[in-house]
Structures are given as structure tokens and as C-alpha cells.
Design a protein around this ligand. Structure first.
Ligand SMILES: Cc1cc2nc3c(=O)[nH]c(=O)nc-3n(C[C@H](O)[C@H](O)[C@H](O)COP(=O)(O)O)c2cc1C
Ligand code: SF4
Length: 354
């Protein structure tokens, strides 16, 4: 089955097609961590252009705004955020897409850094509880699912990494202990939100620094997450910005191995999917294809592929989207200047901005 337009059921959720908008920090949030009109416009563009499942940019679960990843990251760490956040699923649902809230803790990459190796067991338990609190808020706001961000370089990904995790308590020492915090979060969300809220987990294909010979570890983590009751595993990787520009489907072999080991688990791949061919190749291996940069520069890519036979995104994978929002006030090198970015970053020294 490699037809991107075929529907799929992810446990109780019905997605109208196999395409996911991968979580993408848009930098369009308000400085007080609330949702902006510019963000609602962005979700409107994605949803009206037939993306079946839309995952928000990462939102901070920490109640302290100073521990967010950047000065415009949305917060889901406080009940007062619920009504503003509800504008996102409301917009996405207008077009029949699934709305997923990505929940995250920035850890050592936050404005105020937290080193997960240095904090106590009870402090880590508190962070796990914040993830579950955030899922309850996401459900109250009307989201269909949450995605626990356990990938890239954020707090949970660090704990899962066999080389970075130096803890000697229940959260470190071996693979079962490292995955425990994520499975604890999943179980707590299930207990508090019931079956109707979907639970996705984004994980790195490689959970060692050498990123070599560690497929068994990924399969082990996937088995524990499946046992805990997740609905979808989203396979990503720390190294997506370091890939050659013409590389594609960077982590497909790992994702394929997970799907082969657990045929009943819905598996998505993200990283280096930017054309009809890469979408179809992905869907030969796993259930869903997630795209970040392609939909950042062309939210209408899928519709153009379907209706105008567009074969390939204009994205050249230059990775300037990680910096130009605060210098040129554009989200992508192809523009346009975004008035909200200009309002936020135009009057500040770039050094203060993130
Ligand atoms: C500007 C930008 C912001 C991103 N923000 C997030 C994020 O908030 N959460 C996340 O899990 N991944 C984030 N990503 C990573 C994407 O979800 C995706 O994993 C990565 O871009 C690789 O996919 P691609 O090749 O389709 O771009 C971001 C990527 C970009 C380009
Ligand atoms: S800035 Fe570069 S990598 Fe980012 S979306 Fe635009 S073309 Fe793609």
C-alpha cells in the first residue's frame, strides 16, 4: 500500500490520508507563550491543503516559561493556556484533519537549562507528571492526540541515549530503565485521559552517539512503548540537519525494521521525504509519511502533487529555516517576510531572540 491518499485508522482515529505534517516550531507564537493569529493562519493553510494529520510545533510542558526552548515557544504547562490552544484543533478540524499536540521538555536546550543527569529522581518524576498534565490540557483543548517528543536533542531523547544517560537511579543503567520515563508518561496519560486521546511518540532511530549497530535498542524501546499502549511511533533522528542535500528517507531502514517487528503498530517515518517518489518509497515500508521542511515551504505540496502532478518540493534542504526567522523575518529562504516574525524579532538583538 503506497497510495498517500488512502485513509488509515490509527486505533480510534481515522486519518483521511497517510501524510503527516511533522512537528515544526514556527516561531510565530506570542512572547507570553500563547497562540497567535499568525499561527492559526498557518494551520489554516496546512489543513485546507489536505494534510490528513497535523502535529503542532513542540510545546513546553514545564509550568516555568523560562525553561521553554525559546522565547516564542508555546506553553502547555498551565491551565490558563487551554482556551487559547483550543483555537488550533478547532481550525484543523474545520477541514477534517487530525490535530496532534506535540509535548516536550527542552532540558539542557532550554532558555534555563536542566541537565537530566544532575536532577533528582523526584524532580524527574515531576517532569513526567508535567507531561501527563499537558496531555490532559491538550485533550481539554480539543486535540485528538498528543505526540511525546522523545527525539532530537531534547530532555527525553537524552535520557534514551545509551551514551548520554549517566543516571544511576531507576531512570538509568540499562535500556529498560532508560525507556521507563517515557513508558511511565504513556501509562499516566492513558490513566488520566482514557482511550479516546491518541498517544504518538517521536523517537530517534539511533539512541547511541555513534549511531551504529543500535537497531536492537530501537526495537527494544519500540516493544516497551507498544506494551505501554502507544498508538503511533514516529521514527526520526538527531542527524537530519547533517544529511547531504540529495539524501532522502534518512531513517527508513530503522523504521522498516520496527514495522516488521510489530506489524500491528502504526509506524511513521520522518526525515528526507520531499517528493512523490520519497513519499511512495516510505509508504512501501511503513504506514505514514511525515514531512517538515517540504510543508514549511509549500503547505500546498500534497494538493499540487495530486492535482498538478508536481513531483518534487522546492525545498533545497539548506536548513536556513533554523535561523532566518530572526534575521530576515522569513520562515524559509523563498519568503515571504512574515509580519509576526518582524514584530517579534525586528526590535530585538538577535542574540536575545533564542
Ligand atoms: C524550522 C523547524 C522547526 C522544527 N521544529 C520541530 C519541533 O518543534 N518538534 C519536532 O519534533 N521536530 C521539529 N523539527 C523537525 C521536523 O519535525 C523533522 O523531524 C525534520 O525537519 C526532518 O524532516 P524533513 O526532512 O521533512 O524536514 C523542526 C524542523 C524545522 C525545519
Ligand atoms: S529554508 Fe531551506 S531547508 Fe528550510 S524549508 Fe526553506 S528551502 Fe527548505
Amino acid at each position: 500500500m503506497n497510495n498517500p491518499f488512502s485513509p488509515i485508522t490509527i486505533n480510534k482515529l481515522r486519518a483521511k490520508n497517510r501524510i503527516i505534517r511533522s512537528a515544526t516550531n514556527d516561531h510565530l507564537g506570542n512572547i507570553d507563550a500563547t497562540v497567535s493569529d499568525a499561527q492559526i493562519d498557518m494551520y489554516d493553510k496546512l489543513a485546507r491543503n489536505e494534510i490528513g494529520t497535523i502535529i503542532t510545533g513542540h510545546m513546553s510542558v514545564d509550568p516555568d516559561l523560562d525553561r521553554r526552548a525559546d522565547i516564542v515557544q508555546l506553553s502547555i504547562g498551565n491551565d490558563s493556556m487551554i482556551s487559547g490552544l483550543s483555537r488550533i484543533p478547532e481550525k484543523i478540524h474545520q477541514y477534517g484533519a487530525i490535530a496532534v499536540a506535540q509535548i516536550s521538555h527542552a532540558g539542557s536546550r532550554g532558555l534555563q537549562k536542566i541537565d537530566f543527569n544532575q536532577i533528582t529522581t523526584s524532580e524527574l518524576e515531576q517532569i513526567a507528571e508535567w507531561f501527563a498534565d499537558a496531555a490532559v490540557r491538550a485533550q481539554k483543548a480539543g486535540f485528538d492526540a498528543v505526540e511525546i517528543h522523545a527525539a532530537h536533542w531534547y530532555l527525553l531523547a537524552g535520557i534514551l541515549n545509551a551514551d548520554l544517560n549517566k543516571r544511576t537511579d531507576v531512570y538509568g543503567g540499562d535500556a529498560d530503565s532508560r525507556i521507563k520515563i517515557v513508558t511511565d508518561i504513556v501509562r499516566s496519560i492513558k490513566e488520566r485521559c482514557g482511550k479516546s486521546l491518541g498517544i504518538f511518540v517521536k523517537i530517534n532511530a539511533h539512541n547511541t552517539l555513534k549511531a551504529d549497530n543500535d537497531l536492537d535498542l530501537l526495537i527494544h524501546y519500540a516493544s516497551k512503548l507498544r506494551d505501554a499502549g502507544i498508538d503511533l511511533l514516529d521514527v526520526s533522528g538527531m542527524s537530519f540537519t547533517k544529511q547531504p542535500r540529495d539524501a532522502s528517507c534518512y531513517f527508513i531502514e530503522s523504521a522498516k525494521a520496527v514495522k516488521k517487528a510489530f506489524p500491528d503498530l502504526t509506524v511513521a517515518l520522518v526525515g528526507g521525504i520531499y517528493s512523490r517518489e520519497t513519499i511512495e518509497r516510505t509508504l512501501e515500508a511503513v504506514d505514514m509519511a511525515a514531512m517538515g521542511r517540504t510543508l514549511l515551504t509549500q503547505p500546498d505540496f500534497l494538493v499540487k502533487m495530486r492535482d498538478e502532478d508536481l513531483q518534487k518540493s522546492r525545498c533545497i534542504r539548506c536548513n536556513k529555516c533554523f535561523e532566518i526567522y530572526k534575521t530576515k523575518f522569513e520562515r524559509c529562504i523563498f519568503g515571504p517576510v512574515n509580519p509576526k516574525l518582524e514584530e517579534t524579532f525586528g526590535t530585538k538583538e538577535p542574540a536575545d531572540a533564542e
